[in-house]
Design a binder for this molecule. Structure first.
Ligand code: HEC
Length: 199
């Protein structure tokens, strides 16, 4: 190998590394710092597509506000089955914090039968609606707590993609009422039991 060849080879390698570094920087523009959850995607104009696969995530709890305990008109008369993406749950178990990138899904399920062989009660009926909240310090840097809230509707067929709601319509209530970082963890026994205890 001649000295000239060797130095031009070295230059090409340096150029390749340079290009690689550049494309890494371009691809790695701010938002990719926040971990992405599989099944959770945005349209190019920033709408959230209906998440897929969340029924296999970690189930954290099911609040229920039935009509008959709310003068016949609860604003959410359904069961609210709440799920958290598995990677963020693993982080929560270690730290008790909702990491950047956390996705919470709340699936609404109608209160169906009122009686079963086990007795009178509320038994789950059909799927009715879907909401989600996402913490993302890059994408939602201007939202309170960096959380954005999405509602796909309370009646099937659900919307395929939706824009985020205003902070006044969602964040505000979560900010004041939720026990932990905008999440109503006080109503999710799985989260209460999973956070590390102070020693
Ligand atoms: C009046 C207060 C209030 C408002 C307004 C509100 N929420 Fe909630 N949200 C709650 C409560 C309380 C819970 C937990 C218990 C439950 O599901 O009823 C909850 C739970 C959730 C959860 C499950 C994760 C969590 O943070 O606990 C999601 C997702 C959610 N809400 C989405 C929304 C969206 C989307 C909007 C706006 C369209 C919204 N919320 C507006 C009170 C509110």
């Amino acid at each position: 190998m001649t000295g000239a060849y060797r130095s031009s080879l070295a230059a090409s390698v340096a150029a390749l590394v340079g290009i690689g570094g550049l494309s890494y920087m371009l691809a790695g523009a701010a938002p990719s710092e926040v971990p992405r959850v599989p099944g959770v995607e945005f349209t190019p104009d920033g709408k959230l597509k209906q998440p897929v696969g969340y029924r296999r995530w970690v189930y954290v709890g099911t609040p229920l506000t039935p009509d008959d305990l709310n003068d016949g008109e609860a604003s959410f008369p359904e069961f609210h089955a709440v799920y958290m993406d598995p990677e963020s749950f693993a982080h929560y178990e270690k730290t008790g914090e909702f990491r950047d990138g956390t996705v919470m899904v709340k699936e609404l399920i109608g209160a169906g039968a009122r009686e079963a062989t086990s007795g009178k009660g509320y038994f789950m009926g059909d799927f009715r609606g879907l909401e989600a909240s996402i913490k993302d310090s890059a994408r939602f840097k201007d939202e309170p707590g960096n959380w954005a809230y999405f509602s796909f509707g309370h009646k099937y067929p659900l919307k395929a993609e939706v824009a985020k709601n205003t902070a006044a319509s969602c964040n505000a209530c979560h900010e004041t009422g939720a026990a932990k970082d905008y999440v109503f963890s006080q109503y999710y026994p799985v989260l209460r039991a999973s956070a590390p205890r102070p020693r």
